[in-house]
Ligand binder design. Structure first.
Ligand code: IDP
Ligand code: MG
Length: 159
């Protein structure tokens, strides 16, 4: 007998994930997308672009007073990045767990930074730190909004 699936609407969240220029250069794009896909999150936006200085400064505006700000901006504009919207229940916090701690030296093995990075200034990937940051970052990177589609596996991922 087929299992019965709830028709209740899950409380879905969206987060902004960016594979930084070092992640692209090091050939980690497929691996990183794979981890979010296999977890069960839904890809709702994806673009491969190089951003300019003023755009990077906007993205990291909250960090503008930090001593590493100029170097951070230079790093982010140094090559193309993969910008993505991922959707799912709890995806903001779980996305951060999948990514690992800011400093790869403190990131657990099994996390993206724990597995693939060494230096804090070359930590491969960005993920929104709250639902509110996610909303702002998605609006900045995807002014056209997310791609509207439904995954047909939904009832096999959510009870
Ligand atoms: P997060 O990316 O884990 O959210 P944030 O504190 O928001 O970490 O910092 C944004 C990015 O700035 C980090 O991912 C890292 O690339 C860079 N960064 C943070 N702290 C340092 C530092 O002390 N030196 C160099 N780069 C840093
Ligand atoms: Mg942050």
């Amino acid at each position: 007998e087929a299992i019965r699936h709830s028709t209740k609407k899950e409380k879905m969240e969206q987060t902004f994930i960016m594979i930084k220029p070092d992640g692209v250069q090091r050939g980690l794009v497929g691996e990183i997308i794979c981890r979010f896909e296999k977890k069960g999150f839904y890809l709702k936006g994806l673009k491969f672009i190089t951003v300019d200085q003023s755009f990077a400064e906007k993205h990291y505006a909250d960090l503008s007073a930090k001593p590493f700000f100029a170097g951070l901006v230079e790093y982010i504009i140094s090559g193309p990045v993969v910008a993505m919207i991922w959707e799912g229940k709890g995806v903001v916090a779980t996305g951060r767990t999948i990514i690992g701690a800011t400093n790869p030296a403190a990131s657990a093995p099994g996390t993206i930074r724990g597995d693939f990075a060494i230096d804090i200034g070359r930590n491969v990937i960005h993920g929104s730190d709250s639902v509110e940051s996610a909303r702002k970052e998605i609006a900045l990177w995807f002014p056209e909004g997310p791609v509207n589609w439904q995954n047909s596996l939904h009832p096999w991922i959510y009870e």
